[in-house]
Design a protein around this ligand. Structure first.
Ligand code: AMP
Length: 208
């Protein structure tokens, strides 16, 4: 079972991806995480990616597609792509080297997204929080590490990221709908637990 996880920045892809990977035994492949690891490691890819990420733009397709192609050569089945594809070109390329069974689309209102991302705090273990629920805490409840704010989670970059999503990524909803592979979860103001309940209802039908 190979899944594409689709959703605007702040829709909760990272949170749901962690839970899905754990419950269904899927390998989680996040292009955003790959770029951030490259930036941290000071690689050539990292240097190139940083300028695009800081501007809220997409890293060029050739670079991104090559990275994913390389990953999928190692992980041939039972994976979940998080943050890829990000436009129709990438989706068409993906269809040339992978067989996607399902696109899980996490739909959230634009207004909520901005608020969520700007208050988001991350932990290196993969957990994420919102300042409104932290009561001043600065460490992760799960592993105790210090929380941090992603560099691109600031109001200026978030505006550009949402714009990029609406213009370039949202057409993928129609792309996968046409292929008969789309399952949309209307997350609205649901808690992550409630969203995961909906995710389970969809995935239990596919994964026995
Ligand atoms: P994410 O962690 O998925 O929000 O990604 C963070 C940033 O990495 C995005 O805003 C893009 O600049 C870049 N990025 C991640 N995935 C892709 C992709 N599939 N294509 C191009 N850029 C990407």
């Amino acid at each position: 079972m190979n899944i594409v996880l689709l959703g605007a920045p702040g829709a909760g892809k990272g949170t749901q991806a962690g839970r899905i990977a754990e419950k269904y035994g899927l390998t989680h492949i996040s292009t955003g995480d790959i770029f951030r690891a490259n930036i941290k490691g000071g690689t050539e890819i990292g240097k190139l990616a940083k300028s695009y990420i800081d501007a809220g733009k997409l890293v060029p397709d050739e670079v991104t597609c090559e990275i994913v192609k390389g990953k999928l050569a190692e992980v041939s089945a039972n994976y979940m792509l998080d943050g890829f594809p990000r436009n129709v070109f990438q989706a068409e390329e993906l269809d040339k080297f992978a067989k996607i069974d399902l696109c899980l689309n996490l739909a959230v209102d634009d207004k909520l997204l901005m608020e969520r991302i700007c208050g988001r705090r991350m932990c290196a273990c993969g957990e994420s929080y919102h300042v409104s629920t932290l009561n001043g805490a600065t460490t992760c409840k799960k592993c105790g590490k210090e929380l941090y704010r992603r560099e691109d989670d600031n109001p200026e970059t978030v505006g550009a990221r949402l714009d990029t999503y609406n213009k370039q990524t949202s057409p993928l909803i129609g792309f996968y709908e046409k292929q008969g592979k789309l399952a949309t979860i209307d997350c609205g103001a649901m808690t992550p637990e409630q969203v995961f309940g909906c995710v389970e209802k969809v995935l239990d039908k596919y994964i026995k």
